[in-house]
Structure formats: C-alpha cells, structure tokens
Design a protein around this ligand. Structure first.
Ligand SMILES: NC(=O)c1ccc[n+]([C@@H]2O[C@H](COP(=O)([O-])OP(=O)(O)OC[C@H]3O[C@@H](n4cnc5c(N)ncnc54)[C@H](OP(=O)(O)O)[C@@H]3O)[C@@H](O)[C@H]2O)c1
Length: 338
C-alpha cells in the first residue's frame, strides 16, 4: 500500500509531511505496556505504508529512543542517504525554572542523543504558566539553537492565540502550534486558526479521534464507566465529551457520522479526521499509534480516498449546534492545561 500524493503537505520549504502523523504518546506506558522490539518493527510498517511523520515528546516514555532505533534499522535496511524520508517532531516540556542558554542546550542535547540525529526536524515547546514570562527567554535560546543548526524548525504546543501573538510579535519564527481539534473540540476555529492563517503558521492537531471513541466501536454503546476507559487518552477525551454535551449527544454525533461514512464507503474515524484536515490552517492530524499492540494503517489510509461535501457537513450541523461552547467553558486552545 502506498498513500496518494494528497497525503503529503509542504509543511515548510524543506519538509514534506504525511498529513496523518503517527502519535507516540501511546508508547508512554499510559496506554498499556509496549514491547520495544515489536514497537520498532511496527514503525517500519507505518513508514512503508507512507505514514512517514512521527509526533513525540521528551516525556513520552521511550519515544525518542524508539525513533533512534527505528532510524538505525532504517539506515541498515535502506542506506543512511534515505533517512531524510523520516520526519520526527519532538517536544520539550520543561519544568518551571530559569530558562538559561545552558538549560535549553542541555535539554536539546538529550533529545538529539536519544533520537540519533544531529538536528531536530521540529521542536515543539510547551509552557505551563503564562504568568511566568520566562517562556520568552526559552524561545529566544531555542531560536539561537536553530541558528546554530541544532533545530530545523521551531514550533509550539498548547499555546493560546494571545500568547502566540506575543511570541510572533517578538520576532520568534514559529511554524506550527499543536492543539486539540476534533468534531467535539472545535475551539481552534474560534480564534486560533484565523491568526495562524494570517501569520503563515499551521496547526498540528491531536484528540481528533478522541482516543478511539470516535469510531464504530462506541456507536450504540452505553456510556463507558471509568474501568472501561483503559488508556489515558480514552479518559482524557471522555471528559471532553462530558464537557461538550454528554454521552447521549455524542451518540447522536456518531450516528450522523456513520451515515456520512457509509455514503462514502469509509469509516467514522475517516470522516472525523477528514473533517479536521479540511479546516483552515490545519497541516496535519496526529493519530495515536499503540505500536506493536494495535494498528489501523489500512483504515486510516482511506482518509485520503474521499472528500466531504456540503451535504455531509450540513448533516452534522444540527448535532454540533446542540453542544456547549467550549471556548466559554474551558477557554482558548491549551487552557485545559493551565
Ligand atoms: N500536545 C499535547 O498536549 C498532546 C496531547 C495528547 C496527544 N498528543 C499527540 O497526539 C497523539 C494522539 O493522541 P490522542 O490522545 O489524541 O489519541 P487519538 O489519536 O485521538 O486516539 C488514538 C487511538 O485511536 C484509535 N484509532 C486510531 N485509528 C483508528 C481508526 N482508524 N479507527 C478506529 N480507532 C482508531 C486507536 O485505539 P486502539 O489502540 O485502542 O485501537 C488509537 O490508540 C499522541 O500520540 C501525541 O503524539 C499531544
């Protein structure tokens, strides 16, 4: 299987990505045990199918090491000259504290070493507390490391529109912001997407499949209790569904999605991902991969085989109109972390 050309996106002038990125929070241990050998073997299958772009973080358990192992295997299989076919986007989520050049340099060195690269393709920066303005110090040092060739591109995760404006106003070159975006959590459409589109910044999205809740598996199912929510991801997005409108309304959404999916001969997950891929400023959707445990490669590939039309979107509107306004309830992108 190879993905069509439409699966690719010119993320930057020098980086083409797959519009469905493989999310590696699922190897952190909070989504079931992962066997490192099986996980790396599974990574070959994703890459070979055309899913060449990985989203990871310094704190996702062994994720950076898995990238390192995968790259070594890949070089042995195909030759080191083809390593450029892999895109690996990591994050740095620092503990609050002084953001000196030394602190930043040490953190980046750790990621470079684990991933087995001389330069990070993308470094996505997270910050917990906006009252602590040292996030600007950190970003200035990161920009210097970019100039030094340690980081190819600089990005953010979970920043709100207001701070994104502050950061770009300081002349710090940001290429993307990673935020939660799904049919349930549509907050990026309120302010973030327009700001990004205006400033040449793109969005990478997570939570688009609600940890797997947005699928046939949960259609017609009674509300799952805590014991059934067996991954950190399922727990996180069940809470989001509760805030958004609850299980009964979610069932109504799944039923509408099923009709749309059937019309196109695809699955509910395909419609959910396609919907977000088609939104302004969205470069890619990150879909979590429990490497070596479960995989949906063939299913997710179908996302690139169909288009949603105006009737499809109109069919979803009545349900979406009944949901609560999460901008008002939670705040802008990332405010749930603060
Ligand atoms: N920046 C941040 O703060 C942040 C936060 C959360 C996540 N993320 C990123 O986003 C990634 C995705 O994580 P997420 O929590 O948002 O999870 P998600 O992508 O919404 O859900 C992943 C789960 O969906 C199921 N799935 C995948 N494809 C499917 C398909 N075609 N049909 C049915 N089910 C399907 C799988 O469940 P099974 O394994 O059970 O089959 C998979 O484990 C993470 O790995 C991470 O890279 C970032």
């Amino acid at each position: 299987m190879t993905l069509p050309e439409a699966s690719r996106f010119p993320f930057t002038a020098d980086l083409s990505i797959c519009r469905i990125l493989n999310g590696m929070w699922q190897v952190s241990g909070a989504h079931g045990a992962i066997d490192p050998g099986r996980a790396v073997a599974a990574m070959d299958a994703y890459h070979d199918a055309g899913f060449t772009t990985w989203d990871l973080a310094d704190h996702y358990g062994p994720a950076e090491d898995l990238i390192g192992n995968f790259r070594r295997r890949f070089a042995a299989r195909h030759g080191a000259e083809r390593l450029g076919e892999i895109q690996a986007f990591t994050k740095w989520v620092p503990h609050p504290g002084a953001m000196t050049r030394r602190v930043i340099e040490d953190a980046i060195e750790v990621s470079l070493r684990h991933m087995g690269v001389d330069r990070l393709d993308l470094l996505q920066f997270h910050w917990w507390d906006y009252r602590d303005q040292r996030y600007l110090d950190a970003l200035r040092h990161l920009a210097d490391l970019q100039t030094d060739g340690k980081i190819r591109h600089l990005a953010l995760t979970n920043f709100d529109t207001e701070r994104l404006a502050v950061i770009t106003g300081h002349g710090i070159p940001i290429v993307s912001n990673q935020v939660q975006y799904s049919l349930v959590d549509r907050r990026p459409a309120a302010k973030m997407a327009a700001f990004c589109a205006e400033h040449g910044i793109t969005l990478l999205t997570y939570g688009t499949l609600l940890g797997g809740l947005l699928s046939e598996k949960y259609l017609g199912r009674p509300e799952p209790g805590r014991a059934e929510l067996t991954t950190a991801s399922l727990q996180k997005y069940k809470q989001m569904i509760d805030a958004w409108g609850g299980w009964a309304l979610f069932q109504e959404l799944l039923a509408s999605l099923k009709l749309v999916a059937d019309k196109h001969g695809v699955r509910i997950a395909n419609v959910g991902v396609r919907y977000v891929l088609d939104r302004p400023a969205v470069a890619g959707v990150i879909v979590g991969a429990r490497l070596g445990v479960s995989q949906h490669i063939a299913d997710n590939a179908r996302t690139f085989d169909f288009a949603l039309d105006a009737d499809d979107l109109a069919a979803l509107d009545p349900t979406l109109a009944k949901s609560r306004d999460l901008m008002r309830l939670i705040g802008d992108c990332g405010d749930e972390y603060r």
